[in-house]
Design a binder for this molecule. Structure first.
Ligand code: SF4
Length: 313
């Protein structure tokens, strides 16, 4: 076994779970909490509209916890994970909506509450590239010098046409600028980007270009999503009119493997597929309903085709 595969836990790519294990010496569990209540798109800032794929929950893993206080959400989810998996250490994940679209003092008190928990080793913040003020950067810098702080930026695509189709309201250049700004101002931050595969007109060559673009950025990890159609989203209307067709599982697996072949070996990968958190809201593709089956399919695709992360660089 070579050094990279040791670091990757014997996998053909560098899973983020293995990155956490290398860094903290044990398995780390993410505790998703609902903190932000909205985002610039939903508020119509600068005339923006809700992203075409986003449902009313704004990516919340446990929307039923939305009304609970932050401390209660943390305690409830930690207790469940601890009991089910005998978990010990956690990262609080500010996941739903845009977690920088709040007053700085409110953000500070949320971060403080997270790090005060005895079993929490840090926190992860999901946000968008065009919602990062100087005050937010200062706060991130302060906390990242003392704790493990990870930022997940919703970049989604490096293709401007795809970003317009998604109704993101920001450009690819805005994402690139945000990544560079965050890392130069907060060098201790663990920085990741989200990318979505399956926009209309997307090509396999383009996926390779995205991997090359990703390699140029000062980031630590990437999260890959297959675009799926959820109920009560703008994308559902497109799908019902026959104007959008999601990728098949095989097409998606091929895109992931192409991306990984050209991705630098040191960049860890959150997951290989996205699933709908609420299965009753999934419209298409139906293969996205089963997390483990989809993951295994992509993993088998990599293994059966002898593909390793970074092999084509
Ligand atoms: S994906 Fe994020 S930015 Fe877009 S509408 Fe949903 S919560 Fe808002």
């Amino acid at each position: 076994m070579n050094t990279e595969q040791d670091l990757w836990g014997g996998m053909p790519y560098y899973p983020i779970s293995q990155f956490y294990k290398n860094r903290f010496g044990e398995k780390i569990w993410k505790v998703p909490v609902s903190f932000a209540a909205t985002c610039p798109n939903r508020e119509g800032i600068r005339g923006m509209k809700t992203c075409n794929f986003c449902d009313v929950w704004g990516s919340a893993a446990y929307p039923e916890h939305r009304e609970l206080e932050l401390r209660e959400q943390m305690d409830t989810t930690i207790a469940t994970i601890k009991k089910r998996y005998k978990a010990n250490k956690y990262l609080v994940y500010f996941q739903a909506y845009t977690n920088t679209f709040e007053k700085t003092e409110k953000l500070r008190s949320a971060f403080e509450m997270a790090v005060q928990h005895k079993d929490v080793v840090g926190f992860v913040i999901g946000t968008r590239p065009d919602c990062i003020s100087g005050a937010v950067l200062n706060l991130w810098k302060e906390y990242s010098e003392k704790y493990f702080v990870s930022i997940e930026l919703g970049v989604q695509s490096f293709n401007e046409d795809h970003l317009i189709w998604m109704r993101r309201g920001h450009t690819a250049q805005k994402s690139i600028d945000a990544v560079n700004k965050i890392k130069s101002f907060c060098p201790d931050i663990d920085l990741g980007i989200h990318l979505m595969f399956g926009s209309p007109g997307e090509t396999e060559d383009e996926i390779i270009e995205w991997a090359k673009q990703t390699n140029k950025l000062p980031i630590d990890n990437v999260k890959l999503h297959n675009i799926h159609v959820l109920k009560n989203t703008p994308l559902e209307k497109d799908f019902n009119r026959g104007e959008y067709m999601p990728l098949s599982r095989e097409q998606y697996a091929k895109r992931v493997s192409l991306f990984l072949k050209y991705l630098k070996p040191g960049i860890s990968v959150h997951r290989l597929t996205a699933v709908a958190s609420r299965h009753d809201e999934l419209v298409a593709p139906l293969w996205a309903a089963n997390k483990m089956e989809s993951y295994q399919y992509v993993l088998d695709y990599l293994k059966n085709n002898s593909i390793n992360q970074g092999m084509s660089i």
